[in-house]
Design a binder for this molecule. Structure first.
Ligand code: DSN
Length: 437
């Protein structure tokens, strides 16, 4: 009998194949990427960088990492790339450590307005080491430029971050760059969500406006889990030592041995991302997201930003009289996987927020197009209407104990709802037409 873990992997394969993966930060890596991830490169220690290692036996690892670096530099048009960060949060911490002294001010998009924990949010260590200030979004889902400009003037941050986990518009990198320049700050563009779109030309690049670009590698870029920190020409002009500072902050500052199997898989993904078919793929991701957004609006949903200009759709469920937690569990029971998300000026908590976040990178990797987006929007509408009908009244009420009891009951019973079971079966048949890589 197979080991329990292999049985669980089989189960997860089945789950992924039979459900609609609409979490905007997830994707399906290619077989070639997964083959490199599962390779013998995981056996090797290689602290240091190509040509300067603290271990013997690293000549091949040097070639692998150099190839990943060269491909990253070429794809994103940056003179320096570090491919060792284990993920986005450690990458942002490395950037902070490279640029700021402990206690210096930084400025980033607020977590509840789509920002990311790692850029100085309260629950992250980054807020203990640096004096974090925030800007938000307007009700229309635009960057609140007035607030950002005022904050930048007032606090003179060392870094202005742009990017996070939820934003549905095209980033105006030039405006971020100008504000950072006027404040004497470094402009760090966290393009984790849109890394693949930038690489494939479906979103403008910040390479001329930012001093540093950071992207995770497993979202729209469709690689293994990890991150790349890139120093731009502008960054090197501001500080010729910036590339060295970043490298030293990653290793030995924060990390030890590089994850060589990941770096190899990243090199494979970067090659794939340079192809014509990847360009086509990211263009379709955006088209699909726009259509899905339009169909949801037609279905009566309110979208932050009134649509989608990238891969991400941000629903405000207030007019549906249901919260994001309840909607997300009902959708999962129907085989549709999304995640809950606070909305700008949310009156609820981040655990039980008012919104949902959806995205099209994964379903587009499966080969779905416009026709399928129309069907997905209809299914989402049906599920949320059903969830509203079957959710106990006490959910979201003022009585905390009753609320918790009602949520527990809902989470247990939602799987047995006949209407949701029927939709789940339909979703399974629908997904089988689009096999995973
Ligand atoms: N957790 C990621 C996301 O889902 O956007 C960000 O790190």
């Amino acid at each position: 009998m197979a080991d329990e873990i292999f049985q669980l992997i089989r189960k997860e394969e089945k789950r992924q194949a039979e459900t609609l993966m609409l979490i905007p930060s997830e994707n399906y890596a290619s077989r070639a990427v997964r083959r490199a991830l599962g390779s013998v490169l995981t056996n090797k220690y290689s602290e240091g960088y190509p040509g300067k290692r603290y271990y013997q036996g690293t000549s091949i690892i040097d070639e692998v990492e150099q190839l990943a670096i060269d491909r990253a530099k070429k794809l994103f048009g940056a003179p320096h790339a570090n491919v060792q960060p284990l993920s986005g949060s450690p990458a942002n911490l490395a950037i902070l450590a490279a640029i700021c002294k402990v206690g210096e001010p930084i400025l980033s998009q607020h977590l509840f307005m789509g920002g990311h924990l790692s850029m100085g949010q309260q629950a992250s260590v980054s807020s203990q080491y640096y004096r974090a200030h925030y800007y938000g979004l307007t009700k229309k889902g635009e960057i609140d430029w007035k607030q950002l400009e005022a904050q930048a003037k007032k606090i003179r941050p060392k870094i202005i971050f742009c990017g996070g986990t939820a934003f549905t518009k095209i980033f105006d990198f030039a405006r971020f760059g100008r504000i950072a320049d006027q404040a004497g700050a470094y402009f760090v563009a966290d393009i984790s969500h849109i890394g693949g779109l930038v690489a494939g030309g479906a979103h403008p690049t910040p390479k001329n406006e930012a001093h540093i670009m950071m992207t995770t590698t497993h979202k729209t870029l469709r690689g293994p889990r990890g991150a790349i920190i890139m120093v731009t020409k502008k960054g090197l002009k501001k500080d010729p030592q910036l590339a060295d500072k970043i490298d030293r902050a990653v290793f030995p500052g924060l990390q030890g041995g590089a994850h060589n199997n990941n770096i190899a898989a990243l090199a494979v993904a970067l090659k794939e991302a340079g192809t014509k078919s990847f360009k086509k793929y990211v263009a379709q991701v955006v088209k699909n997201s726009q259509i899905l957004a339009e169909e949801l609006i037609k279905g009566g949903f309110v979208l932050i930003g009134s649509g989608s200009q990238n891969h991400l759709i941000w629903l405000d469920l207030n007019n549906r009289k249901i919260d994001g937690w309840t909607a997300a569990w009902a959708l999962e029971a129907a085989g549709i996987i999304v995640n809950r998300q606070t909305i700008p000026f949310d009156r609820r908590s981040s655990y039980y927020p008012s919104g949902l976040r959806l995205g099209t990178p994964a379903v587009t990797s499966q080969g779905m197009g416009i026709k399928e987006m129309v069907i997905i929007a209809q299914k989402i509408k049906k599920v949320i209407a059903r969830a509203k009908k079957i959710a106990p009244r006490d959910i979201g009420g003022l009585n905390k104990q009753k609320d918790q009891r009602a949520r527990k009951k809902f989470k247990q019973e939602v799987w047995a709802d006949p209407e949701l079971i029927t939709i789940k079966k339909e979703v399974k048949v629908f997904c089988q037409r689009f096999p995973l890589p």
